[in-house]
Ligand binder design. Structure first.
Ligand SMILES: *[C@@H]1O[C@H](CO)[C@@H](O)[C@H](O)[C@H]1NC(C)=O
Ligand SMILES: *[C@@H]1O[C@H](CO)[C@@H](O)[C@H](O)[C@H]1NC(C)=O
Ligand SMILES: *[C@@H]1O[C@H](CO)[C@@H](O)[C@H](O)[C@H]1NC(C)=O
Ligand SMILES: *[C@@H]1O[C@H](CO)[C@@H](O)[C@H](O)[C@H]1NC(C)=O
Length: 329
């Protein structure tokens, strides 16, 4: 059944030109949200390490999740398990798995007017990714229209103060690197969370700071959409892959000595931003730190995900947009 909120959000999505089959609130989630889902969206509030919860929360550097395999094993590469990944979070309380202590060695959370993202490094074999897996891309647009993972839902409180679904998102995971961008619903969301560059890895798709040894939360400017260079759009597979866009400036950074299961100790490098008050801000002029893209180290995923589905997906989007169809499931 549709709640009034879902209808309102569906209308907003329609006005923006996107068609979403539903909008969920974390307080009112179904057991599953897509057909063929291996896990659940109804997760309770107590984490455990066999949880099959597939809800991700992107709130801050000490409160985010990503997708990783439910079981370890040589066959648990992201490419092999993309349809069944489960959610791993830093915080208890979401009914997901907990990212084990010492998994992450660096994480950088940036909030821009249009998206939130977290980029970093670690030993992600501790979340079941086999050593040697150069990784793959996860997003809500699998070849059959369901997500990778099927039924994955992403929420953030960054933009409204309350947990709101972000319909467009992209998450790259490998054995040693992760990045997750969740876009605020709106006309720019599909481009800023583009999912068609699935073999080009974190640093090309989600420019940012991937340094180890630092956990920080910053404000930032919105980057240009991945793959779009002025009026020209690059498509994966073309002979020359252009450079990633440089990461835009960030500011108001708050650093943490560590995150997750270990006690936090904070120090605000720019003074005024506290984690509790991290709401979206339109422009960032204080410029206390500037993040530049790590150059020349683009990582390619070994497994091209659902490339054949991309064209279908684009066609479906175009057709849906042209017809102005509002889909409500
Ligand atoms: C673990 O979490 C899942 C939610 O995905 C729940 O169904 C299951 O009962 C929990 N297991 C334990 C042992 O608490
Ligand atoms: C791993 O995948 C290969 C190829 O699909 C398959 O032959 C093998 O049985 C799988 N091994 C396990 C342990 O699932
Ligand atoms: C990752 O953690 C595992 C388990 O503790 C360990 O065996 C492995 O050496 C670690 N890998 C790296 C690259 O540190
Ligand atoms: C990443 O962030 C750290 C901590 O703020 C900073 O020292 C470092 O210079 C940044 N790296 C890049 C490439 O911007």
């Amino acid at each position: 059944m549709l709640s009034a909120t879902a209808v309102v959000f569906a209308l907003i999505s329609w006005v923006y030109g996107q068609t979403y089959s539903a909008t969920y609130a974390p307080s009112d989630l179904p057991q599953t949200s897509e057909q063929g889902q291996s896990g659940t969206n109804q997760c309770g509030s107590t984490n455990n390490q066999t949880s099959s919860c597939q809800n991700v929360y992107l709130n801050s550097v000490d409160d985010f999740c990503f997708y990783a395999p439910p079981e370890p094993g040589a066959n648990a590469t992201i490419g092999d398990t993309e349809r069944i990944e489960v959610s791993w979070c830093l915080k208890d309380g979401y009914g997901t798995r907990t990212i084990p202590p010492n998994t992450l060695s660096g994480a950088h959370f940036v909030q821009t007017p249009d998206y939130v993202q977290v980029t970093g490094v670690g030993n992600l074999t501790l979340v079941n990714i086999p050593a040697g897996d150069t990784g793959g891309e996860l997003d809500p647009h699998g070849a059959d229209g369901n997500g990778n993972p099927i039924g994955g839902l992403v929420f953030s409180s960054a933009f409204t103060g309350t947990l709101t679904q972000l319909h467009e998102w992209t998450n790259f995971m490998s054995d040693s690197e992760f990045c997750f961008r969740g876009c605020k619903d709106g006309p720019n969301a599909p481009a800023l969370c583009q999912h068609i560059y699935d073999t080009l890895g974190c640093m090309w798709n989600i420019p940012g700071n991937y340094s180890a040894g630092v956990f920080e939360r910053c404000d930032g400017d919105t980057n240009e959409p991945m793959g779009v260079y002025g009026t020209s759009t690059f498509f994966q597979g073309e002979p020359v892959t252009p450079s990633a866009h440089p990461a835009p400036p960030s500011s108001m950074c708050t650093t943490f000595t560590t995150v997750g299961a270990v006690a936090l100790s904070t120090s605000a490098s720019a003074g005024t931003t506290s984690l509790a008050s991290s709401t979206a801000t339109g422009s960032h002029s204080s410029g206390t730190s500037s993040v530049s893209a790590t150059s020349g180290t683009q990582k390619s995923a070994a497994v091209p995900m659902y490339a054949p589905g991309v064209l279908l997906q684009v066609m479906a989007l175009v057709a849906g947009g042209a017809a102005g169809v509002m889909v409500i499931a």
